[in-house]
Design a binder for this molecule. Structure first.
Ligand SMILES: NC(=O)c1ccc[n+]([C@@H]2O[C@H](COP(=O)([O-])OP(=O)(O)OC[C@H]3O[C@@H](n4cnc5c(N)ncnc54)[C@H](O)[C@@H]3O)[C@@H](O)[C@H]2O)c1
Length: 443
């Protein structure tokens, strides 16, 4: 059994400064009511994240949303004797309730990496998920601070920004890419090499959240340690490859979930403190930025009552860091542009509903699914769906195209139907004649 002291330290890991606030800062006033919604709450990150947010005394209402599995997670977590009331919401028709009144929305929804994949390989699936969830946020909780964990963060933040812009709700102060895990890793790895207590370590991490776009600034690390250049280079590389280290160790069973849940809970706690008026809450995050010529960039951000109060510059960089900064710009720029392009494409993810099922016709997407998942096909299911769809729509062209895709890529469909189940009609776009006529590419 876990000792009471262990439980206490787990609790304090995410709420050290919060409980301090609850006890001292608000000794005479109540801690404000705050609702946090987690979208993707039943997943590998979502579950431990739900647990950690439940331990946060700044939260009064915890809303757990996923396409499935949330009643169980919510029932489980709700038995913990901490402040927040927990409600589980499952399926798209409950998304509105899950979001309404949220002060902070955390999104770990999406598929994680498998060995050999880059974060960008997740783009086609996660981009659609983030796009549809962002559209729902714009409708139901437009004033929430949005913390996006879903990868590739370098693209999903620009996607959400575009969706919010189109909906007329964009406020750059309220949109954050969660890069905290890079900071958590940099601190841990640095403490090990510098032989200093990890709890005292601070390391800014700037740039983006993928490979070389992750740029830890060890020259600014505190407590200072005179580490050799080759040690700094190895630390930089390990921080950049930290995610891959976990993906490979998990050998096909996903990416970082526990350390990510910690990082996500830590960053959400910083956002809540900012909202509550705690001064000097500064954490790195991937936000709209003027720090470089790139429109989005991770650097230290001061969090306040409106979200981002100040985006800090880079400070003095070593020559190695200056070079790293130049090296990351092209990749980060292209990931940002890819996100913007995706969000503005009219015909990219093409959806229709049959029996509450939403599925995707976009040929590129089908190919991506096929590459990533080797799931046995179920042609009869696909055919049945196609038949009903034709009945629904009476569109012969649609039927033809659907058959072409299903014949070539039927192996991908079962998983795909499940996977994109949550894509909503909020991002439904009409199947244009052009898209229908374009040949299905094989690879
Ligand atoms: N920012 C980071 O540092 C970081 C670190 C690790 C992982 N990640 C990313 O976080 C994401 C989640 O990873 P995971 O390991 O928890 O994956 P997972 O597959 O275990 O869980 C994802 C959850 O999202 C849910 N989901 C899918 N579509 C949804 C939708 N439209 N609405 C609501 N929920 C939906 C799934 O049902 C599932 O429960 C991945 O994109 C991963 O790459 C980011």
């Amino acid at each position: 059994m876990m000792k009471p002291s262990m439980l206490r330290s787990l609790h304090s890991a995410v709420s050290r400064r919060s409980s301090h606030l609850a006890r001292r800062g608000y000794a005479t006033e109540p801690v404000p009511e705050r609702k946090v919604a987690i979208l993707g709450a039943a997943g590998g990150i979502g579950q431990p994240l739900s647990l950690l947010i439940k331990l946060n005394p700044l939260v009064s209402s915890l809303s757990l949303y996923d396409i499935g599995g949330t009643p169980g997670v919510a029932a489980d977590v709700s038995h913990i004797n901490t402040r927040s009331e927990v409600v589980g919401y499952q399926g798209e028709d409950q998304l509105r309730k899950a979001l309404e009144g949220a002060d902070v929305v955390i999104i770990p929804a999406g598929v994680p990496r498998k060995p050999g994949m880059t974060r960008d390989d997740l783009f086609n699936i996660n981009a659609g998920i983030v796009k549809s969830l962002a559209a729902a946020i714009a409708k139901y909780s437009p004033h929430a601070l949005v913390n996006i964990i879903s990868n590739p963060v370098n693209s999903t933040i620009p996607i959400a920004a575009e969706v919010f812009k189109k909906a007329g709700t964009y406020d750059e102060k309220r949109l954050f890419g969660v890069t905290t895990l890079d900071v958590v890793r940099a601190k841990t790895f640095y403490a090990g090499k510098a032989n200093v207590p990890v709890a005292e370590v601070n390391v800014p991490v700037v740039g983006g959240h993928a490979g070389i776009t992750i740029l830890p600034l060890f020259s600014q690390a505190t407590p200072q340690a005179n580490l050799d250049d080759d040690v700094i280079q190895a630390l930089t590389k390990r921080t950049q490859d930290g995610g891959t280290e976990v993906v490979e160790a998990k050998a096909g069973k996903g990416s970082a979930t526990l350390s990510m849940a910690y990082a996500g809970a830590y960053f959400a706690d910083a956002c809540l403190k900012g909202l509550n008026g705690v001064p000097d809450v500064v954490e790195p995050s991937f936000v709209q930025s003027n720090v470089t010529e790139l429109p989005f960039f991770a650097s230290k951000v001061r969090l306040g009552k409106n979200g981002v109060e100040e985006v800090f510059g880079l400070g003095a960089l070593s020559d190695y860091e200056k070079q790293g900064l130049e090296n990351l710009k092209a990749e980060l720029k292209s990931s940002i542009e890819k996100g913007i392009k995706f969000a503005n494409q009219n015909v990219h993810v093409i959806l229709n509903r049959v029996d509450q099922t939403v599925f995707v016709y976009d040929p590129e997407l089908v190919i991506q699914f096929r590459r990533m998942y080797d799931v046995p096909g179920n042609i009869s299911l696909v055919m049945e769906l196609a038949r009903r769809m034709v009945q629904d729509k009476g569109h012969p062209l649609l039927f033809e195209t659907f058959l072409v895709i299903s014949k070539r890529f039927s192996g991908a469909f079962r998983h795909m139907l499940w996977e994109v189940d949550a894509l909503s009609d909020t991002n439904m776009v009409l199947l244009s004649e052009t898209a229908l006529r374009s040949p299905v590419k094989d690879n």
